[in-house]
Design a protein around this ligand. Structure first.
Ligand code: NAP
Length: 466
């Protein structure tokens, strides 16, 4: 076990805003019941030496993940490298040891485990890699270790030449061949891998480039593997599927490399396979939310945790967080108790309906609804038609306990204490629950922390969209 106390870690690179690493590591920490403060840190290539100097003195730092464009640059700055990092010339994990950093490459283990999970054995097989960058080197390393027969490396530039020279020297039992043109006589293939960024969300799809796969010959049961995981079904995989190949996206590699990173920083995982499955659902949930441009509405009684859960959910999915009660109070310049007492509940409900419509005019957000908002049929219809509705449920006594210090700011519960408060909540829930129950997802929040509720929401969405 390397470290157990409260620690800090980063993912560094540029651009970094959309990195899923903070979401994945906060989930693993939660599953392992350990604390890790994990943040994104924008570091450009020219800023790397200064960043490293600063971090040497950071006492709480356990290490960092390294992403584009720093993976290969990092090698020159580290005193000590793992076998995988040194063979691939790329570092995606740094472990802080004293005031130095040790470099690792967990993409290698991510690839090994994902292929094993798919029951693919490279031994004696012919394989073709598209691309010759850092990820291609990690893939070539695994195929060399596993004694593949031939590994063709196809790349638009001549970067594949030094790659095959290095790996032919490292793995004499595997033949690495650089190809610039797929028409050359290539043996029937058991594995084709896209290691280029073509097809990644926001990049060119590479459709024309990958259609060249039609010229290739395949062994029966051949596998097409795309390292990209956003989107999960790329043009590369669609073409391969049309050609009758089995397919695999990059999500399992991403999960396995993160689990391997955790082990380097924090020690063995208690139940790796269980966490892998939980992470798969959870990340599927995040990716589904990112792909679906619909808002997420949180409903439930006051005290259900809609605001605190909503803020965390918004952070995990890179969305804005909006609260319809807050839109009302900020827009109208009065608190909710003031609106109730001076103008009545009906006026508040009108303002609340307007707030829901205003929230819908933003980019897809996570939106916390007031506890009685869905009782207005027009609100319910618009929420159901435009977004994903999630009910945060809790028992009346749990809600009463959570609201014990807030009764004065909640007009409906004003002046009520003890059993009277619970009874009032029970009677209101009887009226409101049937409409809450119409939600697509229900999370029973009684014993869960706010973080755990957000994780559960994403896991349920992921499972439903698997
Ligand atoms: P990299 O070092 O920049 O290498 C990219 C490779 O793709 C290079 O060989 C490059 O060819 C080729 N390429 C780039 N744009 C191209 C285009 N328009 N047409 C044809 N070829 C093109 O990047 P990397 O670190 O290897 O990452 C590559 C991909 O792997 C990324 O999409 C990344 O998301 C994915 N990845 C996934 C995981 C995971 O956990 N699932 C982990 C690591 C990486 P040139 O040499 O000619 O420029």
């Amino acid at each position: 076990m390397k470290n157990k106390a409260l620690k800090k870690a980063y993912v560094i690179g540029s651009p970094i805003a959309h990195s899923l690493s903070p979401a994945i590591f906060s989930f693993i920490a939660h599953q392992e019941k350990m604390s890790l403060l994990y943040e994104k840190c924008e570091v450009k290539a020219e800023e790397l030496p200064h960043f490293l100097m600063q971090q040497k003195l950071n006492q709480d730092l356990i290490g960092f993940n390294i992403t584009l464009p720093l993976k290969e640059l990092m090698v020159a700055h580290l005193q000590s490298l793992s076998l995988e990092a040194s063979a691939t010339g790329a570092v995606n994990v740094a472990l802080k040891v004293g005031t130095n950093f040790e470099g690792h490459n967990t993409d290698v283990i991510g690839i090994q485990k994902s292929l094993k999970n798919k029951n693919f054995e490279a031994n004696g097989k012919n394989c073709l890699l598209w691309g010759a960058g850092g990820a291609a080197k990690a893939m070539a390393y695994v195929l060399g270790l596993e004694k593949a027969k031939t590994v063709y490396v196809f790349n638009r530039s001549e970067k594949n030449n030094p790659l095959v020279t290095t790996f032919n020297a490292l793995f004499p039992e595997t033949e690495f061949v650089a190809v610039q043109c797929l028409e050359l006589a290539i043996l029937p293939l058991s594995l084709i891998v896209n290691t280029t960024p073509l097809g990644m969300t926001g990049k060119e799809s590479g459709l024309e480039y990958f259609l060249q796969a039609k010229q290739l010959k395949f062994s029966s049961g051949a596998l097409a593997y795309d390292l990209i995981y956003t989107p999960q079904n790329t043009d590369f995989l669609k073409i391969a599927s049309d050609l009758g190949l089995k397919t695999m996206g990059g999500l399992s590699m991403f999960i396995y490399q993160a689990l391997a990173t955790w082990k380097i920083w924090m020690g063995e995982l208690k139940e790796e396979q269980r966490i892998f499955i939980a992470l798969e659902n959870y990340l599927n949930g995040i990716l589904s939310v990112k792909n679906e441009m619909k808002p997420i509405f949180l409903t439930g009684f006051m005290g259900a945790g809609k605001s605190s859960v909503g803020k965390f959910l918004a952070e995990l999915t890179n969305r804005p967080f909006l609260d319809t009660d807050q839109i009302v109070t900020e827009g109208y310049g009065k608190s909710i108790p003031e609106i109730f007492s001076s103008e009545g509940e009906q006026r508040f409900r009108e303002l609340e309906s307007m707030a829901i419509r205003k929230a819908l005019s933003h980019n897809p957000a996570v939106i916390s609804l007031g506890g009685g908002a869905l009782n207005q049929i027009e609100n319910f219809t618009i929420v159901r038609d435009c977004g994903t509705l999630i009910y945060l449920a809790a028992k009346p006594e749990v809600l009463a306990f959570r609201l014990k210090d807030q009764v004065d700011s909640r007009p409906i519960l004003q002046g009520l204490t003890g059993e009277a408060r619970i009874q009032k909540i029970e009677s209101l829930l009887k009226v409101r629950e049937p409409i809450y129950q119409e939600a697509e997802y229900l999370i029973q929040t009684d014993d869960l922390s706010e973080k755990a509720v957000a994780f559960e929401i994403l896991s349920q969405i992921g499972e439903a969209n698997a």
